[in-house]
Design a protein around this ligand. Structure first.
Ligand code: C2E
Ligand code: MG
Ligand code: MG
Ligand code: MG
Length: 290
């Protein structure tokens, strides 16, 4: 708070403000340098089948930025800056390229396809030609569209624009899975579900968090599953942290889940180790033998 002598609240506010503005400028500058991909990393969080084996059936690519002074930064720290500056377009293209390359490599010689999901923010989607970006990345890396999923949020579908509809249709025609990320947290004008080409609902962790403690929250999640079933959509539960949540989700027909219970997002070499093993290592007691 205001120090002794002369430091008005205004001055305090201004210095805090300029500190933040300074941090933002420094981040922006560093991000411009990082845009070629240098400094950016994708970490991968496994998606597991909710059965006894809990084998890995896919992964979500999550962006990180290894800042020279600040260390490893999560997307909340820099995605907004990337959007404001337009850097989100080259960064997003870099993400798609990396994911196509990885998906191709990880699907080599697999019987069951491994689907790698990547995130696209609404402003990024509206600024870039993602159909072209994805098509080019698939060709460049000889990757099948069936190995990729694109996660968009409800906000994008509320735009209700023809260009969004055409782009999602184009991506879907390529064979990409379109997933609604953080399902249930937007405005949830559910009408969009029948208007756009979407294939998967990712139930936000906000709902998963309380399914054990709050009966009404549990009913809501069951209702989401019913909507998904009725529309022929797949469901993925996000943010699963406890065995109780996993058991509930499994009992109500959720086939695939993601969360710290199974595995955190990990760097590529660690994810590749997990893939070789087939399932994330958990502390969970092994099922009793015969
Ligand atoms: P999201 O797509 O909903 O990703 C899930 C977030 O939840 C990730 O945070 C992940 O680390 C976290 N998470 C996963 N399991 C659990 C759990 O069991 N408990 C809790 N508490 N959290 C869990 P992260 O990596 O910080 O990413 C935050 C958001 O940043 C993402 O949310 C996504 O919207 C955005 N993002 C990430 N990568 C990209 C990208 O390449 N491009 C764009 N445009 N956005 C991205
Ligand atoms: Mg996501
Ligand atoms: Mg999500
Ligand atoms: Mg989220």
């Amino acid at each position: 708070h205001a120090k002794r002598g002369g430091h008005s609240g205004y001055a305090f506010y201004r210095s805090e403000f300029s500190e933040r503005a300074h941090e933002r400028m420094a981040l922006e500058q560093a991000l411009r340098g990082a845009q070629a991909g240098a400094g950016l990393e994708l970490h991968y969080q496994p998606l597991v089948a909710l059965d006894d084996e809990r084998r890995i059936v896919g992964a979500e690519a999550l962006l990180r930025w290894r800042h020279p002074e600040l260390g490893l930064l999560a997307p909340d720290r820099f995605i907004a800056i990337a959007e404001d500056t337009g850097l989100i377009v080259p960064i997003g293209r870099w993400v798609i390229d990396q994911v196509a390359q990885a998906a191709r490599r990880w699907n080599e010689g697999r019987a069951e396809p491994l689907r790698i999901a990547f995130n696209v923010s609404t402003r990024q989607f509206l600024r870039d030609d993602l159909v072209a970006a994805v098509r080019e990345a698939l060709q460049r890396h000889d990757c099948r569209a069936q190995w990729l999923a694109m996660e968009v949020t409800e906000g994008l579908l509320l735009e209700d624009s023809d260009s969004v509809r055409r782009a999602l249709h184009g991506l879907s025609e390529l064979g990409l899975e379109i997933a609604i990320d953080d399902f249930g947290t937007g405005y949830s004008a559910l009408g969009y579900l029948s208007k756009f080409d979407v294939h998967c609902l990712k139930i936000d962790r906000l709902f998963v968090r309380d399914i054990e403690a709050e009966a009404r929250q549990a009913e809501l999640v069951k209702a989401f599953f019913a909507i998904a079933r009725a529309l022929g959509l797949r469901v993925v539960a996000e943010g699963v942290e406890t065995e109780g949540q996993a058991a509930f989700l499994r009992a109500h027909g959720c086939g695939v889940a993601q969360g710290f219970l199974f595995c955190r997002p990990v760097p590529v070499p660690v994810f590749e180790q997990l893939l070789r093993r087939g399932a994330p290592e958990t502390d969970r007691p092994q099922p009793a033998g015969p």
